[in-house]
Design a protein around this ligand. Structure first.
Ligand code: NAD
Length: 253
C-alpha cells in the first residue's frame, strides 16, 4: 500500500524518456496511482506509447491542447473510465522559435499569444474540465521555471508566460480550494529535454545553475517525487504554491 493507491489521474506533456512529465508519471505510478496519459500528435505517439506500456497507463489518447474536442474527449474518457479524477499534471509548453529566441520587446502578438495559450491557458482549460470530476477534492499541478520571477538569459517570452502561469495557479487555487481542489506549480531547475533544446545557449544556463546551486546534479528524477507528494493526501493543505526543485538555485540568483 503506497501513498497513491487507488488514486487516478492524468499526465499531459510526455514527449519522450527525457520529459519531466515522464519522470512525474513514473513517480506517480510507483506510488500506486493509475494513470491516463496523452501524446501531442501522431509523430509523438511512437515515442510515448512504449513508455505508457511501462507504467500500464489505462487511458491513452492524443491531445493537442489547442483542440477543444480532444481536450473534452480526454476528460470524458476519464469520467467514463474512473468516474472521477484525483490529480492532473500539466507539463506542456511551447513558444515559436523566433519569438522564444528574440528579445521580449520584439515578440510578435501571434507568437506571444500562442505561447500563452499552449503554455498557460491550457492549464486553466484543464482545471475547468477537471473540476466536476474532483467532487471529492483533487490536485492540479503544472510546471514552471525561475524565469517567471527573475530575468533569466535567453528565456525570452517564456518568462512572462510562466509568470502568468504561476499567477493563474494562485487564482485557480483560490477559486477551487473551497471544493477541496489544490493547485500548485512545480518549478524545476534547467534540465536537458526536447523543449529545453529550443532555448538558445541552454547548456550555459545549466552550467550557470550548476555553479550557483547548493545542490548539483539535478535531473528529471528529482522532480517526480514532489509531483507524487503533491498528488497525495499528505499535501492536503498545500495550495497556491510555486515549489522549487532546483537544488536551491533560486535562493542564490
Ligand atoms: P518536453 O519537450 O519533454 O515536454 C514539453 C511537452 O509539451 C511535450 O510533451 C510536448 O508534446 C508538449 N506540447 C507542446 N505543445 C503542445 C500542444 N499544443 N498540445 C499538447 N502538448 C504540447 O520538455 P520538458 O522540459 O519536460 O517540459 C515540460 C514542462 O516543464 C514545460 O512546461 C517546461 O516549461 C517545464 N520546465 C522545463 C524545464 C527544463 O529545464 N527542461 C525547467 C522548468 C520547467
Amino acid at each position: 500500500m503506497t501513498a497513491l493507491t487507488g488514486k487516478k489521474g492524468l499526465v499531459v506533456g510526455i514527449a519522450n524518456r527525457d520529459s519531466i512529465a515522464w519522470a512525474c508519471a513514473r513517480a506517480l505510478h510507483a506510488a500506486g496511482a493509475e494513470i491516463g496519459a496523452t501524446w501531442q500528435d501522431e509523430k509523438a505517439r511512437p515515442h510515448v506509447e512504449p513508455l505508457l506500456d511501462e507504467i500500464g497507463a489505462s487511458l491513452r489518447l492524443p491531445l493537442d491542447v489547442r483542440d477543444p474536442a480532444q481536450m473534452q474527449a480526454l476528460f470524458d474518457a476519464a469520467a467514463a473510465r474512473w468516474g472521477r479524477l484525483d490529480f492532473v499534471l500539466h507539463g506542456v509548453a511551447f513558444a515559436p522559435r523566433q519569438d522564444l529566441q528574440g528579445r521580449v520587446v520584439d515578440s510578435s502578438p501571434q507568437g506571444f499569444g500562442l505561447a500563452m495559450d499552449i503554455s498557460c491557458h491550457s492549464f486553466i482549460r484543464m482545471a475547468r474540465l477537471a473540476e466536476p470530476l474532483m467532487a471529492s477534492g483533487g490536485s492540479l499541478m503544472t510546471l514552471s521555471y525561475l524565469g517567471a520571477s527573475e530575468v533569466m538569459p535567453q528565456y525570452g517570452i517564456m518568462g512572462p508566460v510562466k509568470a502568468a502561469l504561476e499567477s493563474a495557479t494562485r487564482y485557480l487555487a483560490a477559486e477551487l480550494g473551497p471544493s477541496g481542489i489544490r493547485v500548485n506549480a512545480i518549478s524545476p531547475g534547467p534540465i536537458a529535454t526536447r523543449a529545453a533544446s529550443g532555448i538558445a545557449a541552454f547548456d550555459a544556463l545549466v552550467a550557470d545553475s550548476e555553479r550557483r546551486s547548493p545542490i548539483s546534479g539535478l535531473g528529471p528524477a528529482d522532480v517526480g517525487p514532489l509531483c507524487a507528494f503533491l498528488a497525495s493526501d499528505g499535501a492536503r493543505a498545500i495550495s497556491g504554491c510555486t515549489l522549487f526543485v532546483d537544488g536551491g538555485h533560486h535562493i542564490l540568483n
